[in-house]
Design a protein around this ligand. Structure first.
Ligand code: PEP
Ligand code: MG
Length: 592
C-alpha cells in the first residue's frame, strides 16, 4: 500500500529509487558497489570475517573463568549460532551477490531487516535477541575494518557510482539522522536522494545534501520506521513529501516531473557564462559555497566568479581524531585556489562545534556538547581562539595558498571586539612565522561573518576592523529568533522573513555599502530565489551559494530592476508580513 511521509524540503527536485535504510550508528560504514568481477572476493572477505569472529567467540568461551555465570557461556553460544544463521550470513551474501553492495553495507542492510523483524515480535525474550544480532554484526564490522579494500593485503579499491550492478536501480538513503561529517562522505556516493527523520532546513546535514544537488527531505519524523528496506520511494524535494511504494499512476506523474526539471535545468545551464547584470545595468557577483577543494570544479562549471565560502571544517572531519596538519591544509587550499583559475577563494577558518563536532572530541567533550547548548558553546572562532597553535597553523596554510591566487580569510561567528583583536594578533604571528621560515604569501583580505545579532547591531565597528563582511543568514536567523536550526521541533519558527532578521540584514548591507566595504550573503537565503529581489533591493550585489543554485539566481538577477526594487524596500521592511508584502510589491515590476 502506498503511504506518504511529510517532512521539510531541503533540496529540490524529484528522486525515484529503492530505499536503503541505514541506522544512524552505521551511517559511517562504507557504502560502495563492488565491481562484478570482485563479488566473489567480497563474499570471501565476509566469510573470512565470520571465521575470525567465530574463532574469537570460541576462544572467549574456552578461556572463560570457572566462576563466570553460566549464562555467559550460553550467550556466546547464541552469538556463534547467529553468526552462522542463514538469515544473517546467507541473506548478507545475497545483498553482495545481487546488489553488489560491499560487505559492510550488505551486513548493515541485513541488520536493518532483522532489527525490524525482532521489533515486531510479540515474545519479549525473542524481541530482546535483537541486541545479540547487533553485537554479532558489530564484531563482524570491526573485523572487516581490518581488511578495508586498498589496504595492503586487502581486496582492490571499491567501485563507486550507481548502476554497477545488474538492476541499475537508483537508491535513496533513509536514516534517522545523518551527521554532516557522514553526509560529506556521501558526496560522491551512489544515492540519488535522502530522507531523514530529524533535522532542520538549514542544519548542516541539509546544507550538504543541497550542495550535492539531489532531492532531500529532512525532519520526516517517522520515515525510518515506516519505510522498509528496498521499498520504492518518490522524494518530492520541492514539497517535502516522500511517497512510499507509489501507484503506477503516481509514479508516472513523478517521472514526468523529473523529466521536466531536467529540461528546466538544461535551459538554465545555458545562462552559465552570461554575466549577471540587472536590467538597470548593475553587475552582481554570484559566488560559490564549497565544502571540499574538489567542489571548486563544480563552482567554475556553474559559472561562479569565485568562492564566497569554503567551509574548511569539513577537512577536519572523518579522520578518526587525526587533524590535518599545516601542509595538508595548504595542499587543500592551494588545490581550491588553483582550480578557481585566478578567481577569488574565500576560506573560512574552521567552524567546528554545534552540529559539526570534531571526531577527535573525547566522549566527555561530546557529552558536554550534548548536555549544554552546543550552538551557544565553544564553536567557530571561539574554538579556534581556544586552540591558538592549531589556529595559527590554519592561518599559515591559508596564507601560503595565497601565493597561488587570490585568497580571502573569513572569520566565523565573531561577536566581541576582543575576538577581532586576538584574531589579528594570531594572523600577524602566523605571517611572522612564515617570514622567519622564508615562505611566500600574498596579500590577503580578512573578513568577518555577520551571523550573531551582536555583530549586526554594532556593524560599524566591525566594518572599521575588517576588509569585508559576509552575512551568515543561517546562524543570524538561529540566534536572532533563538531557534536551533537543526531542531525540527521548532523548525516552523525558523523564519527568514521575520522582520527583525530582515532589519538586521538590511542595516548590515546599507552600512557596509556606505563604508565602501565588500558585503555578501553566504547563508542559504542567497541561493533562494524567493529572496533575490529583496536582497537586491537592500543593495546587495554579492551572493554566495551552492553552485547548483547559481543559474536560477542569475535568471532572477537578469530580470530585476534594482532602482524600482529599492523604492519598495521600506514598505517590505515595515510590514508585519514581509513575505506577502514582498510578493505584492516586487512582482509588480520584475519582468518574468
Ligand atoms: C551561515 O550561518 O549562514 C553560514 C553560511 O555558515 P554555516 O551555515 O556554515 O553555519
Ligand atoms: Mg554559520
Amino acid at each position: 500500500m502506498s503511504i506518504q511521509v511529510f517532512g521539510m524540503p531541503v533540496s529540490r527536485g524529484v528522486a525515484i529509487g529503492r530505499a536503503v535504510l541505514v541506522a544512524s550508528s552505521r551511517v559511517d560504514v562504507a557504502h560502495y558497489f563492488v565491481a562484478a568481477d570482485r563479488v566473489e572476493a567480497e563474499i570471501e572477505r565476509l566469510r573470512a570475517a565470520r571465521e575470525a569472529v567465530a574463532a574469537e567467540l570460541s576462544a572467549l568461551k574456552r578461556d572463560m573463568p570457572a566462576e563466570a555465570p553460566p549464562e555467559l557461556a550460553g550467550l556466546l553460544d547464541v552469538h556463534l549460532m547467529l553468526l552462522h544463521d542463514e538469515t544473517l550470513a546467507g541473506a548478507t551474501k545475497v545483498w553482495i551477490r545481487e546488489r553488489h553492495y560491499n560487505a559492510e553495507w550488505a551486513l548493515s542492510a541485513q541488520l536493518e531487516v532483522l532489527a525490524r523483524q525482532f521489533d515486531e515480535m510479540e515474545d519479549e525474550y525473542l524481541r530482546e535477541r535483537k541486541a545479540d544480532v547487533e553485537q554479532v554484526v558489530e564484531r563482524l564490522l570491526r573485523d572487516l575494518a581490518r581488511s578495508v579494500p586498498g589496504k595492503a593485503g586487502g581486496v582492490p579499491a571499491p567501485v563507486a557510482g550507481a548502476g554497477q550492478f545488474g538492476g541499475e536501480e537508483p537508491l535513496v538513503l533513509v536514516a534517522n539522522d545523518v551527521a554532516p561529517a557522514d553526509m560529506i562522505q556521501f558526496k560522491r556516493s551512489v544515492f540519488t536522494g535522502f530522507v531523514t527523520d530529524v533535522g532542520g532546513r538549514t542544519s548542516h546535514t541539509a546544507i550538504v545534501a543541497r550542495s550535492m544537488d539531489i532531492p532531500a527531505v529532512v525532519g520526516a519524523r517517522e520515515a525510518s520506521r515506516l519505510i522498509r528496506q528496498d521499498d520504492w520511494l518518490v522524494i518530492d524535494g520541492d514539497a517535502g513529501v516522500v511517497i512510499v511504494n507509489p501507484s503506477p499512476i503516481v509514479l508516472e506523474e513523478y517521472r514526468f516531473r523529473q523529466r521536466q526539471s531536467e529540461l528546466e535545468r538544461a535551459r538554465l545551464n545555458r545562462l552559465r557564462y552570461t554575466p549577471a547584470v540587472t536590467l538597470d545595468g548593475q553587475p552582481v557577483e554570484l559566488l560559490a559555497n564549497i565544502e571540499l577543494p574538489d567542489d571548486a570544479a563544480a563552482a567554475v562549471e556553474a559559472g561562479a566568479v569565485g568562492v564566497g565560502l569554503f567551509r574548511s571544517e569539513f577537512l577536519f572531519m572523518n579522520r578518526n581524531g587525526d587533524l590535518p596538519d599545516e601542509d595538508e591544509q595548504f595542499e587543500a587550499y592551494r588545490a581550491a585556489v588553483v582550480a578557481m583559475q585566478g578567481l577569488p577563494v574565500t576560506i573560512r577558518t574552521v567552524d567546528i562545534g554545534a552540529d559539526k563536532p570534531l571526531d577527535r572530541m573525547s566522549p566527555q567533550e561530546l557529552r558536554h556538547e550534548h548536555a549544554l547548548n552546543p550552538a551557544l558553546g565553544l564553536r567557530a572562532i571561539r574554538w579556534s581562539l581556544s586552540e591558538p597553535g592549531m589556529f595559527r597553523q590554519q592561518l599559515r596554510a591559508m596564507l601560503r595558498a595565497s601565493a597561488f591566487g587570490k585568497v580571502r580569510i573569513l572569520v566565523p561567528m565573531v561577536a566581541h571586539l576582543s575576538e577581532v583583536r586576538l584574531t589579528k594578533e594570531s594572523l600577524a604571528r602566523a605571517k611572522q612565522q612564515l617570514d622567519d621560515a622564508g615562505r611566500a604569501y600574498g596579500r590577503v583580505e580578512v573578513g568577518a561573518m555577520i551571523e550573531v545579532p551582536a555583530a549586526a547591531v554594532m556593524i560599524q565597528r566591525f566594518l572599521d576592523e575588517f576588509d569585508f563582511v559576509s552575512i551568515g543568514t543561517n546562524d543570524l536567523i538561529q540566534y536572532t529568533l533563538a531557534i536551533d536550526r537543526a531542531d525540527e521541533a521548532v523548525s516552523h519558527l525558523y523564519d527568514p522573513w521575520h522582520p527583525a532578521v530582515l532589519q538586521l540584514i538590511a542595516a548590515t548591507i546599507a552600512r557596509a555599502n556606505a563604508s565602501s566595504r565588500g558585503v555578501s550573503v553566504c547563508g542559504e537565503m542567497a541561493g533562494d530565489a524567493a529572496f533575490t529581489d529583496l536582497l537586491l533591493a537592500m543593495g546587495l550585489r554579492s551572493f554566495s551559494m551552492h553552485p547548483a543554485r547559481i543559474a536560477s539566481i542569475k535568471q532572477r538577477v537578469l530580470r530585476a530592476d534594482t532602482r524600482r526594487l529599492a523604492a519598495s524596500l521600506d514598505a517590505v521592511l515595515s510590514a508585519d508580513d514581509p513575505a506577502r508584502q514582498a510578493t505584492a510589491v516586487f512582482s509588480a515590476f520584475t519582468s518574468r
